[in-house]
Design a binder for this molecule. Structure first.
Ligand code: CDM
Ligand code: ATP
Length: 304
């Protein structure tokens, strides 16, 4: 039972519309150039309490595959901010019962865990009157995708994910997400990328200040790739089936994998055409039990 006025945060799925690997640091992390956008599909985090200690319970359609243990990114984020808050803010750092409604597939290339960590940081920063700027150093330590998930707005990600620059203003395009129900290990995909020949030298992708239509956006995206798509596909061949299924749907303008996979996305002229495509795909793949979501972007404008 969640109290109606309990503080809540929605943690939206992060989609990489393109993902170029541009280098590799001595610590093994890869340097990226990527356009990160957010979908309406989201997890939800709720604070209840105060309580004696931080605790976590998980429900929702993808909750059963996830442990509510010390490694969970929700608890790791809460404890990291509490440790900082204990010294930096006014010392007011009461603990809470954290509740996670897990609606996003796990290890699926859409930054679900990263979004949950960022949502937890936003919630507790509000409770403890911490400035959002103090969240970024903590976010970077929690994971490469966590910084971009703090604002959950379109951003051009560089560095290992901590350098955020303004993205083009997005059109009112339709987005279809499809996950085949297979978890993919992000480190494994990066290793397969390095083993498969690694970095392709190329000029930096051109991005305008705005796209006025889905067609104009896809015309620019066609000059980009997701460099992790081929390595992920070699480890998880069903990704190829998902991409072909999306690409064959009416009005699909682009089919591509997000992040390190296995979730793939389709771009459509508008949200209604994406929802129509989802209905057709759900009928076609009913026996495969794929997860799908269709709608529009969560935000079309940057915050950076
Ligand atoms: C693929 C992306 O999702 C694109 O947004 C991110 O780069 C991955 O972000 P993430 O899942 O938060 O990644 P982390 O949990 O920080 O790192 C998992 C592992 O992925 C590899 N990794 C991750 C990010 C990065 N820029 N280079 C890497 O090589 C490293 O082996 C790392 O140990
Ligand atoms: N609250 C959480 N939700 C999802 N995964 C979590 C969570 N806490 C810890 N994890 C772990 O984090 C890893 C996945 O993190 P996340 O969901 O951010 O990556 P992803 O879905 O592979 O996205 P990407 O490939 O874009 O980084 C899994 O190994 C999972 O066990």
């Amino acid at each position: 039972m969640t109290f109606p006025d309990a503080p809540q945060a929605t943690a939206h799925a992060k989609i990489n519309l393109f993902l170029h690997i541009t280098g590799r640091r001595d610590d093994g992390y890869h340097l990226l150039d990527s356009l990160a956008v957010f979908a309406g599909a989201a997890d939800r985090i709720t604070l209840e309490g105060p309580a004696d200690t931080m605790s976590l319970t998980i429900d929702g359609p993808f909750g059963q595959g996830l442990e509510a243990d010390d490694q969970n990114l929700v608890l790791r984020a809460a404890r990291a901010l509490q440790a900082k808050a204990g010294t930096a803010f006014n010392g007011l750092t009461e603990s809470f019962r954290l509740k996670l409604e897990k609606n996003l597939p796990v290890s699926s290339g859409i930054g679900g865990g990263s979004a949950d960590a960022a949502g937890t940081l936003r919630l507790l920063a509000r409770e403890w009157n911490a400035d959002q700027a103090t969240l970024f150093p903590i976010a970077e330590k929690l994971g490469a995708d966590v910084p971009v998930c703090i604002a959950q707005r379109p951003a051009r990600m560089q560095g290992i994910g901590e350098i955020l620059a303004p993205a083009p203003v997005l059109p009112d395009a339709g987005l279809l997400l499809v996950n085949p129900g297979v978890g993919v290990s992000t480190p494994e995909v990066f290793r397969a990328f390095a083993a498969g020949g690694g970095i392709t030298e190329r000029p930096q992708a051109f991005l305008p200040t705005r796209w006025d239509s889905a067609e104009a956006m896809v015309a620019d995206l066609n000059a980009t790739t997701n460099d992790l798509q081929a390595p992920a596909l070699s480890q998880c061949p069903v990704i190829g089936t998902v991409l072909a299924s999306i690409g064959s749907l009416p009005e699909c303008l682009l089919a591509r994998m997000s992040g390190s996979g296995a979730t793939c996305f389709g771009i459509f002229p508008n949200p209604d055409s994406a929802k129509n495509a989802a209905r057709i795909l759900n009928e076609q793949s009913a026996r495969l039990n794929w997860w799908t979501w269709a709608g529009g972007f969560h935000h079309t404008g940057s915050s950076t």
